[in-house]
Ligand binder design. Structure first.
Ligand SMILES: Cc1cc2nc3c(=O)[nH]c(=O)nc-3n(C[C@H](O)[C@H](O)[C@H](O)COP(=O)(O)O)c2cc1C
Length: 191
């Protein structure tokens, strides 16, 4: 089976953790999966070596990671030349109300519009509140946001909202997608 690159942009570590879990799930499906930060100096080479690619980005202040945009803009042709997918990580995806769902959809639309890349597979996962990683001002701001959002305002601990079953099922779907694409190519060659 082929090599799959899971490239991520993560500020406080939750998107990186999700990328790791996706890579484990892909490996369980028989793929050679590796993770890399989009900021790594050799991420372009890792992409060139890969047969398929997933890109993950967290959301901060209503926007996706700048390094992820830079990676996608610089390598769009290489990304589009392979089976590809995108996953987004945010607090909004942890909330079960209509406004939050609309926000999640808007973030995805904005990413597609601003990057110019139309991923073949997309997913949105709940992230985390990592008070232990925040400086004083960010901690105050996130406590205020959390009060209305999740109610989790005890900054002496962290909170994780990621649904790991959803993450594994996305990875399984992507593994199947990659296998079906390879099958098509092999079938075409056999005709
Ligand atoms: C300063 C800051 C701003 C954030 N802004 C948003 C936001 O606008 N919308 C949202 O849904 N989540 C927001 N979040 C939540 C993050 O998306 C969430 O914490 C995520 O797990 C971060 O992923 P990372 O650890 O990979 O960077 C924000 C978090 C922080 C710390």
């Amino acid at each position: 089976m082929g090599t799959i690159l899971v490239a991520y942009g993560s500020k406080e570590g939750q998107t990186e953790k999700i990328a790791g879990r996706i890579a484990e799930a892909l490996a369980a499906h028989g793929h050679d999966a590796r993770t890399a930060s989009v900021a790594d100096s050799d991420v372009g080479e890792a992409l060139a070596d890969a047969d398929a690619v997933l890109v993950g980005s967290s959301i901060h202040l209503g926007a996706h990671s700048k390094p992820v945009y830079e990676f996608v803009r610089e390598h769009r042709d290489d990304i589009e030349a392979r089976p590809n997918g995108f996953f987004q990580v945010s607090l909004s995806s942890a909330l079960d109300d209509e406004d939050a769902r609309a926000e999640v959809a808007t973030y995805l639309d904005e990413f597609v519009e601003e990057s110019g890349w139309h991923p073949e597979r997309m997913a949105a996962f709940g992230g985390a509140l990592r008070y232990s990683e925040y400086g004083f001002l960010t901690r105050m701001m996130m406590k205020r946001i959390a009060k209305d959002a999740t109610g989790d305002t005890d900054a002496s601990r962290d909170y994780e909202y990621t649904d790991w079953d959803e993450v594994e099922s996305f990875a399984a779907d992507f593994a199947e997608f990659v296998e079906s694409t390879a099958g098509t190519a092999a079938g075409g060659a056999a005709v």
